[in-house]
Design a protein around this ligand. Structure first.
Ligand code: AMP
Ligand code: GLY
Length: 425
């Protein structure tokens, strides 16, 4: 079997390594991939948004199955184009990917079907948005409608900051056209939980829960990043919470998408906040999370390719999907300065084997004069699996200490908040 994985970061490396456990798979092509994946995949350099080139590559190489991982190609219709060319895919079609592609769509969906989320208003007129802000409760949350590279959310503490945010999105277009429609919503509080799920539109199977660490600095300070580390499972996500989410959020979302004629098949990601009034949806993603995937997939016992095929064939109900009853921690190593200015091109030294069988998922690397060098803001993630969360954290940090590159930066407190779960006063 020959597979193709669209995407090139740590998430894709984790997907590729997991797929490799299936011995029927001989070749995996990564589009574009990165130089740090060369032991696991054929790195092609074809851009993840270049849909005609992706389709052409898939057909020319007689690829048996494609996995489209990132949001952009999904929202642009990569799955529709590949399926039309006869390539079976894992991932939602364009009509379903809108659940992430448009915040206005997802908020309206939740309102229409009674799925709990923050109260909100939608604006396409700046004057009306500014007038609304004069009496809106503070802090307030302002979101650009479209993808905005994951950065289109501003939490404003004051009316001035809120008005500035609205102007920057609607007038200065800092997030491009995605700012022509905005959502202004209620600020929610509580622990955040990420739940990735497999769904074929008929059945939904939540994966083990996880917790992301989005800020750049320890203590959840500093700028928002793509994610500086994760743990799984998320201890705030108890059996009772899970049951409530299943009834109030997961099943209603799948049914709502069906009712809208937008059946979702693939990995549906629920970004949840556990508020004192119950779990609420902060965001949907139409794909695996990054770096959530780097802790969730190492705990998956069932063959990933079998699951992906079952989703495509709408036979998910016939599978029993199991996760290891263990804990995982992923520590991201970034280039100092990320998410702002940083230097790359430094030699990357990753030992062949790491203590505790920790795994490395490379997010940003390239080859320079035949050696592997850093090539991005987030360079790699190191994941360890252990019986307890304390051990998983300790092992992931010890293993990450064996990896060297100039300018390496990591947070030192990944998992700390999770360890405190249930111990708050
Ligand atoms: P997103 O880019 O949609 O993942 O949002 C980034 C982060 O903003 C989330 O992980 C939350 O921490 C925060 N956030 C988004 N919406 C809200 C909200 N309504 N209330 C409080 N925090 C929020
Ligand atoms: N870790 C959050 C995301 O993938 O959007």
């Amino acid at each position: 079997m020959k597979l193709l994985v669209v995407g090139g970061g740590g998430r894709e490396h984790a997907i590729i390594k997991k797929l490799r456990e299936n011995k029927d798979i001989e070749t995996i092509y990564a589009l574009p991939g990165n130089a740090g994946m060369e032991n696991d995949a054929v790195v092609t350099g074809i851009g993840a948004k270049d849909i005609p080139a992706i389709v052409e590559f898939a057909v020319r190489n007689a690829v048996d199955f494609a996995v489209v991982a990132p949001d952009d190609p999904l929202v642009l219709g990569a799955v529709d184009a590949l399926e039309e060319a006869g390539i079976p895919c894992f991932g939602p079609n364009r009509d379903a990917a809108i659940i992430e592609g448009s915040k206005v769509f997802s908020k309206n969906l939740m309102k229409k079907y009674g799925i709990p989320t923050a109260a909100y208003e939608v604006f396409d007129n700046m004057e009306k948005a500014l007038a609304y802000l004069e009496t809106a409760p503070l802090p307030t949350v302002i979101k650009a409608d479209g993808l905005a590279l994951g950065k289109g959310v501003i939490i404003a503490e004051t009316r001035e900051a809120a008005a500035d945010a609205v102007r920057s999105m609607m007038k200065d277009k800092i997030f491009g056209e995605s700012g022509s429609h905005i959502v202004i919503e209620e600020f929610l509080q509580g622990p955040e939980v990420s739940v990735l799920s497999f769904t074929d539109g008929k059945t939904i199977v939540p994966m083990v829960s996880s917790m992301d660490h989005k800020r750049a600095l320890d203590g959840d300070q500093g700028l928002n990043t793509g994610g500086m580390g994760t743990v799984a499972p998320n201890p705030y996500y108890t059996e009772q919470v899970a049951e409530r989410c299943r009834k109030e959020i997961f099943l209603p979302t799948v049914r709502a998408m069906n009712a809208e004629g937008r059946t979702f098949k693939g990995c549906l990601y629920f970004g949840l906040m556990l508020t004192k009034d119950g779990p609420k949806v902060i965001e949907y993603n139409c794909r695996f999370g990054d770096p959530e995937t780097q802790v969730v997939l190492p705990l998956l016992e069932t063959d990933l390719f079998t699951i992906m095929q079952a989703v495509r064939q709408e036979k998910l109900s016939q599978l029993a999907i199991r996760f290891r009853e263990e804990n995982a921690c992923c520590v991201v190593m970034a280039s100092a300065g990320y998410p702002q200015k940083y230097e790359t091109g430094f030699a990357l030294k990753i030992p062949q084997t790491l203590p505790y069988n920790a795994e490395v998922f490379v997010a940003g690397a390239k080859k320079k004069d035949g050696i592997l060098v850093t090539g991005g803001g987030r360079v790699l993630g190191v994941t360890a699996v252990a019986p307890t969360l304390e051990e998983a954290i300790q092992y992931a940090y010890e293993a990450s200490d064996k990896i060297e590159f100039q300018n390496a930066y990591k947070r030192t407190d990944i998992g700390k908040r999770a360890l405190a779960a249930g111990k708050e006063v």
